[in-house]
Design a protein around this ligand. Structure first.
Ligand SMILES: Nc1ncnc2c1ncn2[C@@H]1O[C@H](COP(=O)(O)OP(=O)(O)OP(=O)(O)O)[C@@H](O)[C@H]1O
Ligand SMILES: [Mg+2]
Ligand SMILES: [Zn+2]
Length: 345
C-alpha cells in the first residue's frame, strides 16, 4: 500500500518526471518517422490515411449517416489493411515491424506510472512509479550514503551469543536482545499508522547498530511510501536555528525544512545528547516532540531517537518535561554488544 500522506508535491514531481519520459519517447518516435518518411513516402501516406479514416468515421457517426456498427467494422478493416502494409514496408527494408511505435522506458505502464485494469476500477501504481517514489523519498530523507535494503540487511550474527552481564549490561546475550529489538521494530513498521504504536528510543554503547537499525526502519517505511527525515541532533538544532533566525529577517527564506521536521511521517533524531546544551534548544526539542505527538493522533507522525549516552545521564542532562515526554511516549530499547565498527576492521 502506498501511504496517502505523501505530500502532493512529491506526486506532482513524479508525474512531471513520467511526462518527461513520455515526451522523450514521442520525440524519439517523431525523429524516426521523419527519417523513414523521407526514404519511404508511402509510410507518410499510410499515416495520413489512417488519420483521415478515423475522422471520417467520427463524422459519419456524428451525422448519423451510417449505423455505428457497420462504420466501425469498415474502419477497423481499413486500419488493419494499412497497418499490415506499413509492417510489410518496414520488414522488407530490414526494420522491426514495430519500428514506428513509441518505445517507453517502462513497457508495463508505457511510462504512465499506472497499470490500468479494465473499467478503470482497481488501477494500481506501476512498480516503476514506486521506484521513483522511493528515490524521491530517499533523496529528501537526509539519509545520505547509508542506503540499505531494510530489515533484510540487518545481521543479528554480529551480536555475541554470550551472557555476560558485567560486560554487556544486560541479563541476556546481546544476540537474544537484538532479536527481540528487531521483532519490535518490525511491529513498529507493520503498525506504523496506528496511533497506538509508540515512538522508539534506541540507547546503548557506540557501534552497536542503533543508527543502522533506524536506517533499516526508514528504508522499510519509504518502500511503503512514507516520508522520512533523518537528522543528527546537532544538525537538527542548526536547521531550527537557521529557520528562527531567517524567518524574522529574511522574507525569501523557505520555511519548508523546518515544517518538514514537524510534519514528516518519520523523524529520526540521531546522537541525541551530542549537541551543546542550551535552554532554547530544549524548548525547541520539547516543541517538536509535542507537535509530533499531537499530529500522530490524526495521521502517522512518529519519532525515533538514538543516543549512546547512558539513559540516567541523558535524563539528568534534559529537563523534566523532555524526560516525561520520552518516558510517556517512547518504547526504550537497549542495544548491547561489541563495537561492530571494530569487528569489521
Ligand atoms: N545489524 C547490523 N547488520 C549489519 N551491519 C551493521 C549492523 N549494525 C551495525 N552495522 C554496521 O556497523 C557500523 C556501526 O553501526 P552504527 O553506526 O549503527 O552504530 P551506533 O550504535 O549508531 O553507534 P554510535 O553510538 O557511535 O552512533 C555501521 O557502519 C553499520 O554499517
Ligand atoms: Mg549512530
Ligand atoms: Zn511502469
Amino acid at each position: 500500500m502506498i501511504a496517502i500522506s505523501i505530500s502532493y508535491s512529491i506526486h506532482q514531481m513524479i508525474r512531471n518526471e513520467l511526462d518527461k519520459k513520455r515526451r522523450k519517447a514521442m520525440d524519439e518516435l517523431e525523429r524516426r518517422k521523419a527519417e523513414l518518411y523521407r526514404r519511404f513516402p508511402r509510410l507518410g501516406e499510410i499515416e495520413d490515411e489512417i488519420h483521415r479514416a478515423g475522422l471520417r468515421y467520427n463524422k459519419a457517426i456524428l451525422m448519423g449517416e451510417v449505423p455505428a456498427e457497420s462504420a466501425a467494422e469498415e474502419l477497423s478493416g481499413k486500419i488493419e489493411a494499412l497497418t499490415a502494409e506499413r509492417e510489410r514496408i518496414l520488414t522488407s527494408n530490414g526494420y522491426p515491424a514495430d519500428h514506428l511505435a513509441p518505445v517507453f522506458e517502462c513497457s508495463k505502464c508505457n511510462d504512465t506510472g499506472i497499470i490500468s485494469s479494465p473499467g478503470g476500477k482497481g488501477d494500481t501504481l506501476c512498480i516503476c512509479y514506486r521506484q521513483l517514489l522511493l528515490d524521491h523519498l530517499y533523496d529528501n530523507s537526509n539519509l545520505g550514503i547509508s542506503r540499505n535494503e531494510g530489515f533484510a540487511s540487518f545481521n543479528t550474527e554480529l551480536y555475541p551469543d554470550i551472557v555476560d552481564e558485567e560486560r554487556y549490561g544486560i541479563k541476556k546475550s546481546p544476540r537474544r536482545q537484538i532479536m527481540g529489538i528487531l521483532e519490535n521494530c518490525r511491529q513498529f513498521t507493520g503498525k506504523f499508522s496506528d496511533p497506538e504504536t509508540r515512538n522508539l528510543l534506541f540507547c546503548g554503547p557506540t557501534g552497536t547498530g542503533k543508527t543502522f537499525m533506524a536506517g533499516c526502519i526508514a528504508m522499510e517505511l519509504m518502500k511503503a511510501g512514507h516520508t522520512v527525515l533523518y537528522f543528527t541532533a546537532p544538525s537538527l538544532f542548526n536547521t531550527i536555528y537557521e529557520y528562527r533566525y531567517n524567518s524574522g529577517n529574511n522574507e525569501e527564506w523557505d520555511p519548508s525544512a523546518y515544517k518538514n521536521i514537524l510534519e514528516t511521517d518519520l523523524l529520526i533524531i540521531d546522537d541525541l545528547g551530542t549537541e551543546s546544551p542550551s535552554a532554547t534548544r530544549y524548548a525547541e526539542l520539547l516543541n517538536i516532540l509535542d507537535t509530533r505527538i499531537s499530529n500522530d493522533m490524526r495521521r502517522p507522525c512518529k519519532t525515533i531517537i538514538a543516543t549512546n549516552i547512558d539513559l540516567r545521564n541523558l535524563f539528568e542532562y534534559y529537563d523534566e518535561r523532555i524526560v516525561s515526554r520520552i518516558t510517556g511516549n517512547f518504547d526504550i530499547f537497549r542495544f548491547a554488544g561489541d563495537d561492530i565498527r571494530n569487528l569489521r576492521r
